[in-house]
Design a protein around this ligand. Structure first.
Ligand SMILES: [Zn+2]
Length: 285
Protein backbone atom coordinates (compact mmCIF):
# COMPACT_ATOMS: atom_id res chain seq x y z
CA UNK A 1 0.00 0.00 0.00
CA UNK A 2 1.44 3.32 -1.09
CA UNK A 3 1.31 6.37 1.15
CA UNK A 4 -0.48 9.51 -0.01
CA UNK A 5 1.95 11.78 -1.94
CA UNK A 6 2.62 15.16 -0.38
CA UNK A 7 0.68 17.66 -2.54
CA UNK A 8 2.39 20.65 -4.21
CA UNK A 9 -0.20 23.11 -2.82
CA UNK A 10 0.83 22.10 0.69
CA UNK A 11 4.51 22.55 -0.15
CA UNK A 12 3.71 26.04 -1.42
CA UNK A 13 1.91 26.86 1.81
CA UNK A 14 4.11 25.15 4.41
CA UNK A 15 7.55 24.88 2.81
CA UNK A 16 7.55 21.16 3.64
CA UNK A 17 7.99 18.38 1.09
CA UNK A 18 6.81 15.38 3.14
CA UNK A 19 4.10 14.58 5.65
CA UNK A 20 5.28 15.31 9.19
CA UNK A 21 6.06 12.77 11.88
CA UNK A 22 4.20 12.66 15.20
CA UNK A 23 4.80 16.33 16.07
CA UNK A 24 3.60 18.36 13.09
CA UNK A 25 4.83 21.96 12.76
CA UNK A 26 2.54 24.89 13.51
CA UNK A 27 1.65 26.93 10.41
CA UNK A 28 -0.16 30.25 11.03
CA UNK A 29 -3.60 30.59 9.45
CA UNK A 30 -5.43 33.86 8.96
CA UNK A 31 -8.63 32.49 10.51
CA UNK A 32 -6.95 31.22 13.69
CA UNK A 33 -6.42 34.01 16.24
CA UNK A 34 -4.74 32.47 19.26
CA UNK A 35 -5.14 35.74 21.21
CA UNK A 36 -8.81 34.83 21.63
CA UNK A 37 -8.11 31.45 23.29
CA UNK A 38 -8.87 31.43 27.05
CA UNK A 39 -5.54 31.89 28.85
CA UNK A 40 -6.57 30.84 32.36
CA UNK A 41 -6.59 27.10 31.67
CA UNK A 42 -3.21 25.44 32.28
CA UNK A 43 -1.69 22.60 30.30
CA UNK A 44 -1.98 19.28 32.14
CA UNK A 45 -1.22 15.59 31.86
CA UNK A 46 -3.88 12.92 31.47
CA UNK A 47 -5.62 11.96 34.71
CA UNK A 48 -4.14 14.92 36.60
CA UNK A 49 -7.27 16.79 37.62
CA UNK A 50 -6.15 18.36 40.90
CA UNK A 51 -6.53 22.09 40.57
CA UNK A 52 -8.53 21.93 37.35
CA UNK A 53 -11.27 24.53 37.76
CA UNK A 54 -14.85 23.56 36.99
CA UNK A 55 -14.99 26.63 34.74
CA UNK A 56 -12.48 24.91 32.43
CA UNK A 57 -15.33 22.49 31.55
CA UNK A 58 -13.10 19.42 31.30
CA UNK A 59 -14.81 16.30 29.96
CA UNK A 60 -12.07 13.88 31.05
CA UNK A 61 -11.85 15.35 34.57
CA UNK A 62 -15.46 16.34 35.31
CA UNK A 63 -17.59 14.95 32.45
CA UNK A 64 -18.38 18.58 31.64
CA UNK A 65 -20.20 19.16 28.34
CA UNK A 66 -20.17 22.50 26.51
CA UNK A 67 -23.24 23.91 24.74
CA UNK A 68 -22.05 22.73 21.35
CA UNK A 69 -20.57 19.34 22.30
CA UNK A 70 -22.31 16.28 20.91
CA UNK A 71 -22.49 13.55 23.51
CA UNK A 72 -25.40 11.31 22.59
CA UNK A 73 -27.70 10.27 19.79
CA UNK A 74 -31.46 9.77 19.73
CA UNK A 75 -30.90 6.48 17.94
CA UNK A 76 -27.99 4.05 17.97
CA UNK A 77 -24.72 5.39 16.60
CA UNK A 78 -21.62 3.19 16.65
CA UNK A 79 -18.42 5.18 16.08
CA UNK A 80 -14.89 3.93 15.37
CA UNK A 81 -11.72 5.78 16.39
CA UNK A 82 -7.97 5.72 15.67
CA UNK A 83 -7.94 4.29 12.11
CA UNK A 84 -7.85 3.78 9.28
CA UNK A 85 -5.95 0.53 9.70
CA UNK A 86 -5.49 -2.63 7.63
CA UNK A 87 -8.41 -4.05 9.68
CA UNK A 88 -10.85 -1.31 8.58
CA UNK A 89 -11.80 -2.94 5.22
CA UNK A 90 -13.43 -5.89 7.01
CA UNK A 91 -15.70 -3.43 8.80
CA UNK A 92 -16.49 -1.70 5.50
CA UNK A 93 -17.38 -5.03 3.94
CA UNK A 94 -19.68 -6.26 6.70
CA UNK A 95 -21.24 -3.32 8.56
CA UNK A 96 -24.96 -3.06 7.77
CA UNK A 97 -25.22 0.70 8.52
CA UNK A 98 -23.41 3.88 7.68
CA UNK A 99 -21.09 4.70 10.54
CA UNK A 100 -18.71 7.41 11.78
CA UNK A 101 -14.94 7.09 11.69
CA UNK A 102 -12.76 9.44 13.76
CA UNK A 103 -9.45 9.11 11.95
CA UNK A 104 -5.85 10.02 12.76
CA UNK A 105 -4.10 12.10 10.11
CA UNK A 106 -0.97 9.93 10.21
CA UNK A 107 -3.10 6.91 9.33
CA UNK A 108 -5.01 8.72 6.57
CA UNK A 109 -1.79 9.43 4.66
CA UNK A 110 -0.43 5.97 5.48
CA UNK A 111 -3.55 4.14 4.21
CA UNK A 112 -5.08 6.56 1.67
CA UNK A 113 -6.84 3.86 -0.37
CA UNK A 114 -8.67 2.59 2.69
CA UNK A 115 -9.62 6.15 3.62
CA UNK A 116 -10.97 6.86 0.13
CA UNK A 117 -12.98 3.63 0.27
CA UNK A 118 -14.52 4.70 3.60
CA UNK A 119 -15.57 7.95 1.91
CA UNK A 120 -16.81 6.23 -1.27
CA UNK A 121 -19.06 3.98 0.80
CA UNK A 122 -20.78 6.99 2.32
CA UNK A 123 -19.55 6.77 5.90
CA UNK A 124 -18.96 9.96 7.87
CA UNK A 125 -15.26 10.79 8.20
CA UNK A 126 -14.25 12.94 11.16
CA UNK A 127 -11.04 14.08 12.85
CA UNK A 128 -9.27 12.45 15.79
CA UNK A 129 -6.06 14.57 15.58
CA UNK A 130 -2.88 13.92 13.64
CA UNK A 131 -1.10 11.55 16.06
CA UNK A 132 -3.37 11.03 19.09
CA UNK A 133 -1.82 13.19 21.82
CA UNK A 134 -3.59 14.38 24.95
CA UNK A 135 -4.46 17.84 23.61
CA UNK A 136 -4.89 19.30 27.11
CA UNK A 137 -1.12 18.83 27.60
CA UNK A 138 -0.14 20.74 24.44
CA UNK A 139 0.45 24.42 23.67
CA UNK A 140 -2.15 26.30 21.62
CA UNK A 141 0.14 26.16 18.57
CA UNK A 142 0.63 22.41 18.95
CA UNK A 143 -3.15 21.88 19.16
CA UNK A 144 -3.68 23.90 15.97
CA UNK A 145 -1.02 21.79 14.22
CA UNK A 146 -2.62 18.50 15.35
CA UNK A 147 -5.98 19.60 13.94
CA UNK A 148 -4.85 21.44 10.83
CA UNK A 149 -2.54 18.71 9.54
CA UNK A 150 -5.35 16.18 9.91
CA UNK A 151 -7.67 18.43 7.88
CA UNK A 152 -4.96 18.77 5.21
CA UNK A 153 -4.49 14.99 5.12
CA UNK A 154 -8.24 14.42 4.65
CA UNK A 155 -8.42 17.17 2.04
CA UNK A 156 -5.41 15.87 0.08
CA UNK A 157 -6.64 12.27 0.18
CA UNK A 158 -10.40 12.52 -0.38
CA UNK A 159 -11.12 16.23 -0.93
CA UNK A 160 -13.02 16.66 2.32
CA UNK A 161 -12.58 18.88 5.37
CA UNK A 162 -14.09 17.45 8.55
CA UNK A 163 -16.84 19.13 10.50
CA UNK A 164 -16.68 16.80 13.51
CA UNK A 165 -13.82 16.16 15.88
CA UNK A 166 -13.29 13.77 18.79
CA UNK A 167 -10.52 14.47 21.32
CA UNK A 168 -8.25 11.51 22.13
CA UNK A 169 -8.98 10.19 25.65
CA UNK A 170 -11.93 12.61 25.80
CA UNK A 171 -9.31 15.16 26.93
CA UNK A 172 -11.01 18.44 26.18
CA UNK A 173 -11.57 21.70 28.04
CA UNK A 174 -12.58 25.21 27.04
CA UNK A 175 -9.05 26.05 25.80
CA UNK A 176 -9.04 23.08 23.41
CA UNK A 177 -12.66 23.74 22.39
CA UNK A 178 -11.87 27.36 21.45
CA UNK A 179 -9.26 26.12 18.97
CA UNK A 180 -11.49 23.33 17.63
CA UNK A 181 -14.19 25.94 16.91
CA UNK A 182 -11.77 28.27 15.11
CA UNK A 183 -10.95 25.40 12.80
CA UNK A 184 -14.65 25.11 11.99
CA UNK A 185 -15.29 21.89 13.89
CA UNK A 186 -17.66 20.65 16.56
CA UNK A 187 -16.52 18.35 19.37
CA UNK A 188 -18.02 14.88 19.73
CA UNK A 189 -17.79 12.77 22.88
CA UNK A 190 -19.73 9.60 23.75
CA UNK A 191 -22.11 8.18 26.33
CA UNK A 192 -21.46 4.46 25.80
CA UNK A 193 -17.99 2.94 26.02
CA UNK A 194 -17.64 -0.71 24.98
CA UNK A 195 -14.06 -0.86 26.31
CA UNK A 196 -13.29 -2.89 23.19
CA UNK A 197 -9.56 -2.15 23.68
CA UNK A 198 -9.68 -4.53 26.64
CA UNK A 199 -10.33 -7.31 24.14
CA UNK A 200 -7.03 -6.36 22.47
CA UNK A 201 -5.35 -6.49 25.85
CA UNK A 202 -6.86 -9.94 26.53
CA UNK A 203 -8.68 -8.82 29.68
CA UNK A 204 -12.17 -8.96 28.16
CA UNK A 205 -13.89 -11.12 25.52
CA UNK A 206 -16.14 -10.10 22.66
CA UNK A 207 -19.14 -12.05 24.11
CA UNK A 208 -18.70 -10.08 27.35
CA UNK A 209 -18.84 -6.79 25.44
CA UNK A 210 -21.90 -7.94 23.49
CA UNK A 211 -23.64 -9.08 26.69
CA UNK A 212 -23.14 -5.63 28.22
CA UNK A 213 -24.46 -3.93 25.11
CA UNK A 214 -27.52 -6.23 25.11
CA UNK A 215 -28.16 -5.54 28.82
CA UNK A 216 -28.00 -1.84 28.08
CA UNK A 217 -30.46 -2.23 25.20
CA UNK A 218 -32.86 -4.24 27.39
CA UNK A 219 -32.82 -1.40 29.92
CA UNK A 220 -34.44 0.84 27.33
CA UNK A 221 -31.29 1.92 25.53
CA UNK A 222 -32.51 2.31 21.97
CA UNK A 223 -30.18 5.28 21.63
CA UNK A 224 -26.63 6.30 22.38
CA UNK A 225 -23.27 7.30 20.96
CA UNK A 226 -21.00 4.28 21.22
CA UNK A 227 -17.19 4.48 21.38
CA UNK A 228 -15.29 1.74 19.55
CA UNK A 229 -12.03 1.32 17.59
CA UNK A 230 -11.08 -0.02 14.16
CA UNK A 231 -7.43 -0.48 15.01
CA UNK A 232 -7.11 -4.29 15.05
CA UNK A 233 -9.02 -7.25 13.70
CA UNK A 234 -10.07 -8.03 17.29
CA UNK A 235 -11.79 -4.68 17.87
CA UNK A 236 -13.26 -4.78 14.35
CA UNK A 237 -14.79 -8.17 15.15
CA UNK A 238 -16.18 -6.77 18.41
CA UNK A 239 -17.69 -3.90 16.40
CA UNK A 240 -19.37 -6.33 14.02
CA UNK A 241 -20.72 -8.42 16.95
CA UNK A 242 -22.08 -5.24 18.55
CA UNK A 243 -23.66 -4.17 15.23
CA UNK A 244 -25.38 -7.56 15.02
CA UNK A 245 -26.65 -7.28 18.60
CA UNK A 246 -27.99 -3.73 18.12
CA UNK A 247 -29.44 -4.16 14.65
CA UNK A 248 -29.25 -2.00 11.52
CA UNK A 249 -30.69 1.48 10.86
CA UNK A 250 -28.06 3.26 12.88
CA UNK A 251 -27.20 6.93 12.42
CA UNK A 252 -23.94 8.72 11.74
CA UNK A 253 -23.02 11.51 14.16
CA UNK A 254 -24.12 14.14 11.62
CA UNK A 255 -27.50 12.41 11.34
CA UNK A 256 -27.80 12.24 15.14
CA UNK A 257 -27.86 16.04 15.22
CA UNK A 258 -29.84 16.51 11.99
CA UNK A 259 -26.91 18.03 10.06
CA UNK A 260 -27.14 17.41 6.32
CA UNK A 261 -23.79 19.09 5.50
CA UNK A 262 -21.36 16.44 6.73
CA UNK A 263 -18.20 18.38 5.86
CA UNK A 264 -16.93 21.96 5.93
CA UNK A 265 -17.34 24.30 3.02
CA UNK A 266 -13.79 24.97 1.69
CA UNK A 267 -14.83 28.57 0.96
CA UNK A 268 -14.40 29.44 4.64
CA UNK A 269 -10.70 28.62 4.68
CA UNK A 270 -9.36 32.12 3.97
CA UNK A 271 -5.71 32.20 2.93
CA UNK A 272 -5.36 28.45 2.99
CA UNK A 273 -4.85 26.70 -0.34
CA UNK A 274 -6.79 23.54 -1.04
CA UNK A 275 -6.92 20.51 -3.22
CA UNK A 276 -7.61 21.32 -6.84
CA UNK A 277 -6.27 24.87 -6.59
CA UNK A 278 -3.09 25.50 -8.53
CA UNK A 279 -0.20 26.05 -6.18
CA UNK A 280 1.38 28.46 -8.69
CA UNK A 281 -1.52 30.87 -8.32
CA UNK A 282 -1.11 30.96 -4.60
CA UNK A 283 0.83 33.71 -2.80
CA UNK A 284 1.49 33.38 0.89
CA UNK A 285 0.80 36.71 2.60
ZN1 LIG B 1 -8.47 7.43 20.15
Amino acid sequence: MAAEPFPPWLTAFTGLTAWPQDNPPYIPLDYVDLATVPNHIAKRELGICDGVERTACSFDCHLCIAFDDIRTCNKISQTFDDGPSPSTPKLLEMLPSKTTFFVQGVNVVRFPEIFREQYRQGHLLASHTWSHPNLASLSNEEIVAQLQWTNWAMNATAGIIPRYFRPPYGAIDNRVRAIVRMLGMQSVLWDRDTFDWKVNAGIKTSPEVVEEVQDWKLQGGGWGLILEHDTTIKTVNVGLDVAKALGPNQLTVAECVGQTQWYQDPARLGNEPRRGHRAASYQRS
